[in-house]
Design a binder for this molecule. Structure first.
Ligand code: 1CP
Length: 350
């Protein structure tokens, strides 16, 4: 494990429920196409997966936004779909199309996947990137490892690509819930292995992205979003009692309070639709919150971006809080707007 755990790191303090001098800030998808220096390395790497699996390149693009903006955290450059890739499902990232996988829609498809124990071996280059980052990051910067939540990863594995309604995964989950549960259970195991290996390589905080949690109706949300996160959290806690876990159950809405309490995660990342005052009154007592500026305000910049960022800071900045977006940075974002936002957050005091 890393020896970089300087007690003074602002992001770790906020996750420990402590007040910090200034609110820590990082942004989901802070490495990516909106940065010219990313596009350069991306072109050199060839395919997106080659970028993820080449430690020289992956380390470099993780560090780029830290150099430019001085964020309090660096998030490992990788993708949630390296897990299905490591399980032996065909994954490709097609230019202008996003991820394309060979869909798995039944038990016969599941039977072709390899065991979750093998994930650690096949993703060795990813952990090598984590180990390098843990040496190369500035001492005040926290290193975040991550994975997709089982439901969100399953939507890509079953649908074969991103979809607006997750219809393919829902079709299976509703037609044969116990069969679909087999896939979720496999992903719980693989996710715990993948996250554990990142901690062993030096990750100090883990974030689990459940991008499509909000499309599930209550009973399915309990079974396929809340329960798996609770199990992942328990298993990680048994192995690494001090490593904080942040969950991002995007679109959880009225389920957010139960989700935060019952999963036992350290921090909850709020999507753009959550009212900051509601979150302060109903969630912040349970732990650290993170969020939730609309990424499109960051595209627009100007007075409206500043006004809405201040609204979030003034409402949530009295408790343990990490400033972030409500979803990832989009490619058309001007880097100057990011610089302006970071300065605004860094200078803000209650
Ligand atoms: O250069 C490119 O063309 C690739 C674009 C890209 C990038 C920059 C993809 C393809 N993945 C990533 C990196 C990435 N993905 C990170 C690490 C870096 C960072 O945050 O700075 C992380 C944490 C992710 C997580 C991820 N991938 C999620 C969950 C979070 C979210 O944004 O909702 C999801 C759903 C994915 C799948 C994925 N990977 C890439 C794309 C275009 C997509 C979305 C596909 C869709 O539209 O459904």
């Amino acid at each position: 494990m890393s020896d970089r755990k300087a007690p003074g790191k602002k992001l770790l303090k906020a996750l420990a429920g402590e007040m910090t001098d200034g609110i820590p800030v990082w942004l989901m998808r802070q490495a990516g196409r909106y940065l010219p220096e990313y596009r350069k390395v991306r072109a050199e790497a060839g395919s997106f997966l080659d970028l993820c699996y080449t430690p020289d390149f992956a380390e470099e693009v993780t560090l780029q936004p830290i150099r430019r903006f001085g964020f309090d955290a660096a998030i490992l450059f990788s993708d949630i779909l390296v897990v299905p890739d490591a399980l032996g499902q065909q994954v490709a990232f097609k230019e202008g199309e996003g991820p394309v996988l060979e869909p798995i829609t039944d038990l016969a498809g599941l039977a072709k996947l390899s065991s979750p124990d093998g994930v650690k071996g096949r993703l060795a280059p990813v952990y090598e990137t984590v180990a390098r980052l843990s040496r190369s990051l500035p001492s005040e910067t926290t290193l975040i490892g991550f994975a997709g939540a089982p439901w969100t990863v399953a939507t890509y594995m079953v649908g074969g690509r991103g979809s607006p309604d997750q219809a393919a995964a829902k079709a299976w989950a509703y037609r044969a819930p116990d069969e679909f549960q087999t896939l979720i259970d496999l992903l719980v195991e693989a996710t715990v292995e993948h996250l554990s290996a990142q901690v062993e390589a030096g990750a100090e905080v883990l974030q689990v992205f459940d991008t499509w949690a909000g499309s599930l109706p209550e009973l399915s949300f309990e079974r396929f979003a809340l329960q798996p996160m609770k199990t992942i959290r328990e298993k990680l806690k048994a192995r690494f009692p001090d490593v904080p876990v942040i969950a991002f159950p995007r679109g959880a809405g009225g389920m957010a309070e139960r989700y935060f309490r019952e999963t036992g995660v350290t921090g909850l990342s709020l999507d753009t639709g959550v009212s900051p005052a509601w979150a302060r009154d109903n969630l912040q007592g349970q732990g650290c919150l993170q969020g939730n500026l609309d990424p499109l305000l960051l595209v627009a910049g100007g007075p409206e971006m500043r006004r809405q960022a201040l609204h979030i800071l003034e409402t949530l900045g009295q408790g343990p809080f990490i400033f972030n977006l409500g979803h990832g940075i989009v490619p058309q974002t001007p880097p100057e707007h990011v610089a302006e936002l970071v300065t605004l957050v860094q200078e803000w005091r209650p």
